[in-house]
Design a protein around this ligand. Structure first.
Ligand SMILES: *[C@@H]1O[C@H](CO)[C@@H](O)[C@H](O)[C@H]1NC(C)=O
Ligand SMILES: *[C@@H]1O[C@H](CO)[C@@H](O)[C@H](O)[C@H]1NC(C)=O
Ligand SMILES: *[C@@H]1O[C@H](CO)[C@@H](O)[C@H](O)[C@H]1NC(C)=O
Length: 300
């Protein structure tokens, strides 16, 4: 005889109820606890990534004193310098620029020669961004025996070795690796350039920057990535404003400098000098004349 099993009396297990309800009470309970645990772990990991891990490396100009500064306070802050943070600040690369009827010192940067922070004679590394055919600073640092790497994408000149000590690159500094939207200049972040040149783990004794407003993209990137705090001993930067910049723009700039000088950047400003050729009536000061270009120097 054939024993015929009736499919209707023994339906396959998937046919009727959801599998969870067919388990015994204990097994169902264990499954629910397991799924809930995985779910809670996944959510809390995302929460931790967002709230605990990211802020320690992230960088934002928020909640800082600069965000409530009035225009006069802001200019006092730009002009301020910590006179006890460097006793021996020396100008490298002074020259006299003669314009229409005016003669002004130009091209020089303050470098701190205090014992612990000074570049070591004949054993130092300098990055110099923004040359504009003005080599006085680079040549002075080369005379001091430093290896100088000079960058400028605006001169229309390819990479070349200017001397045994001065190495030129047709490259610009920015907040990201990109081609400049209008000029197509090749722009890179400081960390990418440092990697490209294979200088790790040598520290940069002096990083000079005169990059016509790109400093406001480059400095935040260098802070965010930790490059400034980890790799740069002294920073000499010309900062730029537009005479018609809004209060919000000025506050953003002041916030970037405060981050540079906070626990994020750990830099101490030892020199702040106006660019004498850049005194203009400034909108946020109601047309009062102030400087829209200043030279800052600070040490790590
Ligand atoms: C000024 O510099 C000195 C030495 O680096 C430092 O101890 C002090 O905290 C600085 N003061 C301010 C207001 O930044
Ligand atoms: C410059 O000199 C260095 C060695 O000091 C060399 O590696 C490099 O290729 C040279 N650069 C150019 C553009 O000639
Ligand atoms: C502000 O000044 C800059 C440079 O002088 C100029 O290019 C720009 O058009 C001005 N903007 C406004 C809104 O006036």
């Amino acid at each position: 005889m054939f024993i015929v099993t009736n499919p209707l009396r023994h339906p396959p297990s998937w046919s009727k109820e959801p599998w969870l309800f067919k388990m015994s009470g204990v097994r169902r309970f264990i499954w629910i606890i397991l799924v809930a645990t995985v779910f809670i772990l996944a959510i809390s990991r995302n929460w931790m990534l967002r709230h605990l891990v990211v802020p320690s490396i992230a960088y934002s100009v928020t909640n800082r004193a600069s965000q409530s500064m009035d225009p006069e306070e802001m200019y006092r802050y730009f002009h301020w310098t910590n006179s006890t943070s460097c006793f021996l600040a020396v100008d490298f690369g002074f020259c006299v620029a003669t314009g229409v009827g005016i003669a002004a010192p130009d091209g020089h940067k303050a470098v701190c020669l205090d014992q612990l922070i000074a570049p070591i004679y004949k054993n130092c590394l300098v990055y110099s961004f923004g040359i504009n055919n003005q080599w006085t600073f680079d040549e002075a640092m080369a005379q001091y025996g430093c290896q100088v790497h000079s960058f400028d994408p605006s001169m229309g000149v390819g990479d070349y070795n200017r001397s045994q000590h001065i190495h030129f690159y047709n490259l610009g500094l920015s907040g990201k690796n990109e081609a400049h939207p209008t000029t197509q200049w090749n722009l890179k972040t400081a960390s990418s350039i440092y990697q490209m040149l294979g200088h790790q783990p040598t520290l940069i004794d002096v990083l000079k920057m005169d990059v016509e407003f790109s400093e406001w993209d480059a400095i935040p990137q260098m802070l965010r990535s930790g490059f400034l705090a980890d790799t740069v001993k002294q920073l000499a930067v010309e900062i730029h404003f537009n005479a018609n910049d809004t209060l919000e723009t000025f506050r953003r700039y002041a916030g970037i400098l405060q981050d540079l000088e906070s626990s994020t950047g750990r830099f101490v400003r030892f020199s702040s000098r106006p660019n004498p050729g850049l005194k203009k009536p400034v909108s946020i000061l109601g047309g009062k004349e102030e400087y829209i270009g200043m030279e800052l120097a600070c040490t790590d």
